[in-house]
Each structure stands twice: as C-alpha cells, then as structure tokens.
Ligand binder design. Structure first.
Ligand code: CA
Ligand code: CA
Ligand code: CA
Ligand code: CA
Length: 302
C-alpha cells in the first residue's frame, strides 16, 4: 500500500516537473489597487494649516486636556495660522508654544499680530511654525486698512521652506460674521497690496475662518475672490465645524502660481477622530476643525 502511494506521488512529481505550466495556471493573487492620494515623502513638502481656536485665552490655556489636543494638532503642520486669540494678559500663546515644545523635537515658534478689532473685544492672529522647516522672511504686518474694510485686518507674512525653495505669502483673516460677504469680496485688494510689497513672488495663500458659508456668505456666489486668478482648495462640501452644523467657514485659497506647488492634498483635520475624543472634549477645544493644504517644498519657480 505504502509503495503504491509513493509511486503515485513520484508519478505526480515527474508530471509536474515536465509540465511547469500546471503550476503557473494557479491564479496568482492580484496586487492591491494603488491609492488615489499621492504618496507624500516627509521632508519634500510643506504642510500649511489654519485653525480658529475659538476665544483662545487663559481659560483654555488652563485646561491641560485642551492644550494637549492643540499642541498635538499644531505639530502636524509646518506652519499653522491661528485665529481668535483673545487674551489681554498675553500669556496664553507663549504657554501654547511651550506646551508644543514640551513634546520634543522639532521646536516651534510663532509670530503674532497686534490686538485687532473695532470694539473693545480684540483678537490676535498668529503663525506658529516648525523652526526646522520654516523661516520667516521680513516683518509680518496687519493690512493697512485706511478705508476700514475689515473688522480685524488680515495678517500677512512671508515664509520660506528650509527643506527646499518654496517661498510664499500667507494672509490670514477671521472675518466678522455680520460683514463676511463684504470682507471676503474685498480680500483681493489685500492680495494686490501684498503683491506690490513682495515683488516677484507669485504664491499668495489666503487662509482662516472666512465665515464663508451658511448664513454669512453664499458659497456659490460670484465673489471677486472666485475669479480665475484664485483656486479654492477647501471646496464647498467640506464641513469645518465641530458641532452638528455643516458649514465650510474655514478656507484656503491660493493664487494661480501656487497651483504648481500644490500637491493636491488638502482637507479638514478631524482631531476628534484622530485623538479619539468625546463630543464634549471636542467642542472644548474649538467649534472649528483646522483646514490644511500640502505643498511641494522644491518645485517653486517664483
Ligand atoms: Ca514662491
Ligand atoms: Ca459648504
Ligand atoms: Ca459640523
Ligand atoms: Ca510658485
């Protein structure tokens, strides 16, 4: 019996050895389809974000769980424009930077605007940046708003990638909800003014809480900021609010010359999902999610 089995196995072995296609006919596993999102190699890109911190002052700075989420979020980006710093004591932002830096290398720093606003309720903007990858060029400024178009003048600063040649101008704003449409429609004037200051630069990026949806702005309107000179990388379908409303208040809008630097990767950062937060812990951080866009650090030609 054993001899018969051994003989059968031998015959089968000889047959397969002489007919290798028998084995090749077994269907092989198909490779997985390649993902549609581009593969980003760290170090080749600059990640830019905007985040409305919703009344960021000493009350929030005193909450370690809020500061932990903010500092982890900030460290995802090379430069992040933050809005709605409301802090007469001027201690909350330095504490935020220290909390970011307590997480280790790389270290972050910031530039901050003066306190802006027509009324006693003032807000500041800041750009918080990774000191290993980002260099601040020149002196940031608040838009010289001689005809008082803006409740809180846009804050403008030029930056350069240290890991490439990408240089760009960020223009952040938190519009007044009551006059959001007018302020959004006037933003091209701020871009034109910045172009005259940064001669030869083509890459202008407007970012922040524009209140550009729902009751404050018709996101399908033909705003001057919707002209063919600009590209809205955060599209109308994105929900940038942490609460149940579905509104695209927060935006990133780039000038045409920045399109060749844009990787195509942009969106909203759902810190609640990333850090597994409850609803209450989410809205304690902000009523907004950050929005972000990723740029190549070495493809710039202006
Ligand atoms: Ca440039
Ligand atoms: Ca929308
Ligand atoms: Ca929402
Ligand atoms: Ca460019």
């Amino acid at each position: 019996m054993v001899i018969v089995v051994v003989l059968l196995l031998l015959v089968a072995y000889i047959y397969i050895a002489k007919n290798p296609t028998v084995l090749e006919k077994i269907p092989s596993k198909q490779p997985e389809p390649t993902p549609t999102t581009p593969i980003i190699i760290t170090g080749d890109t600059i990640k830019v974000a905007a985040f409305n911190l919703q009344i960021f002052g000493t009350t929030k700075a005193d909450k370690p769980e809020v500061m932990e989420v903010l500092s982890k979020t900030i460290r995802n980006y090379d430069v992040i424009a933050v809005q709605e710093i409301r802090d007469s004591s001027q201690t909350a932002l330095p504490l935020l930077r220290d909390t970011v830096n307590s997480r280790g290398s790389p270290q972050y720093d910031y530039v901050v605007s003066e306190r802006l606003g027509r009324t006693a309720s003032k807000e500041q903007y800041a750009y918080i940046f990774n000191t290993q990858t980002i260099q601040v060029m020149g002196t940031p400024y608040a838009y010289p708003d001689s005809t008082d178009m803006f409740q809180r003048e846009p804050y403008v600063s030029e930056f350069k990638a240290k890991n490439g040649n990408f240089d760009f101008v960020l223009i952040t704003i938190h519009t007044d909800p009551d006059t959001a449409t007018q302020e959004i429609n006037d933003l091209p004037k701020v871009i034109e003014d910045a172009k005259s200051k940064y001669q030869g630069e083509g890459d202008f990026i407007v970012l922040g809480d524009l209140n550009a949806d729902c009751g404050y702005f018709n996101e399908n309107s033909q705003s001057p900021l919707r002209s063919s000179e600009y590209f809205w990388v955060i599209n109308n379908s994105v929900d940038t609010t942490t609460k149940s409303t579905d509104c695209t208040y927060d935006r990133i809008i780039i000038s045409n010359p920045a399109k060749t630097d844009f990787t195509g990767e942009a969106g909203v950062f759902r810190f609640d999902m990333a850090y597994n937060l409850t609803y209450d812990n989410t809205i304690a951080v902000s009523d907004h999610y950050p929005v972000y866009a990723v740029f190549w650090s070495y493809r710039d030609n202006d």
